[in-house]
Design a protein around this ligand. Structure first.
Ligand SMILES: [Zn+2]
Length: 150
């Protein structure tokens, strides 16, 4: 999953309906901490089910750790349930490498030109390539295939 804006709410409902009693294990890549990219997470239904596993990846922001950024929308007085009270197994991971794998999916992250700290993601699967980037920037990030430097 890419970012956690308001669209994550209907996605969570759809996932719960699809998986029903089966556990859901998913990864969420956060590009940056602007409100419209994280505000939907408190309304993500799979986060409230103890059989589910959610890994969230992203970068520290200006003056806040990634963990603080993800917990912020779920603090008093903004929300009645804290991040620690979520039932799902939560794994909040600050990006320590800009190239990594989630299972068989290869992820390339790069800082991009956007106010504050922001990363774009190139995602490589066996059948497709995907780019998630809040704004374009003039770098080689968009054209370098995996296995090559830059
Ligand atoms: Zn933004």
């Amino acid at each position: 999953m890419l970012d956690a804006g308001s669209g994550i709410r209907p996605l969570g409902i759809a996932l719960q309906n699809e998986f029903q009693t089966q556990p859901i294990s998913l990864s969420l890549l956060i590009t940056h901490a602007h409100w419209d990219h994280i505000q939907g997470f408190p309304f993500f239904k799979p986060a409230y089910d103890s059989k589910n596993q959610i890994s969230i990846f992203g970068c520290d922001g200006a003056g806040a750790s990634f963990r603080q950024i993800m917990a912020e929308p779920m603090k008093v007085p903004f929300f009645p349930i804290t991040m620690r009270e979520l039932s799902a197994r939560m794994d909040i991971r600050k990006l320590s490498e800009m190239k990594f794998f989630i299972g068989k999916v290869e992820i390339h992250a790069a800082f991009v030109n956007h106010p504050g700290v922001c990363v774009g993601y190139r995602i490589f699967t066996s059948g497709a390539r995907l780019l998630s980037c809040p704004i374009t920037s003039p770098t080689n990030f968009f054209s370098t295939p995996p296995g090559q430097n830059n």
